[in-house]
Design a protein around this ligand. Sequence first.
Ligand code: ATP
Length: 233
Amino acid sequence: MTPPPPAVCCRALTRSYHAAAGVVPALRGVDLEVAPGEVMFLVGPSGCGKTTLISIVAGVMTPDGGSCAVLGRDLATLGGGAGAAFRRRHVGFVFQAFNLVPTLTAAENVGVPLLLNGAGQAAAIRGATEALAAVGLADRAGQLPRELSGGQQQRVAIARALVHRPRLLVCDEPTSALDHRTGQEIMELLRGLAGRHGSTLLVVTHDHRIFGFADRIAEMDDGRIVTVRTGAA
Ligand SMILES: Nc1ncnc2c1ncn2[C@@H]1O[C@H](COP(=O)(O)OP(=O)(O)OP(=O)(O)O)[C@@H](O)[C@H]1O
């Protein structure tokens, strides 16, 4: 049997921004491979290119050069509509600022990816209810985001990111808006749920306190990956 392709495979990836002051090279040749089921952290100083890299991996930005394959598919060759459909189906996102829709209940927020992937209303409610139970919020399904604590809102965001069982979960600073204990709880939850589904986690973080949750830690500097080391997980 052929082994599954890497969850993420970037080769010689380059990307610049064209600003008023001139061209800003953000990625100067990134090589990165993340194995299926792996928990990979991406760290490095502000401005080194982390957000640019995960935006390309997430398929919301195109590179200038090099290639980026996600789950064996190069998003650049899939084309707009097919690329968006692939991303909706197979990639989940967790952000620092939770990004919940303020006027929707917790359950309605969590059900959105299922509806976008073509599920009916009843199936979306069923899936959202199960996902909220998995993050310990079964009793909060009908509440609005503003009625929940920061940690609870991040749990809702995790339920939403995982409700459609994506094979890759991209997390941008998932704990930086949370206190230490809540941040640890969120990472335990994220790691546990992703592990149960066999999902790969790619996590951008500045938060040293959660480095122990990584299988490997890729360190970026000035638009390149400079080291990849084994984490403490
Ligand atoms: N829209 C833009 N226009 C011009 N330059 C940009 C733009 N977005 C990012 N940059 C520049 O590209 C480089 C990489 O930025 P990027 O946001 O990827 O870094 P980062 O590592 O995510 O930083 P941080 O940790 O502060 O979020 C930086 O020099 C940044 O100033």
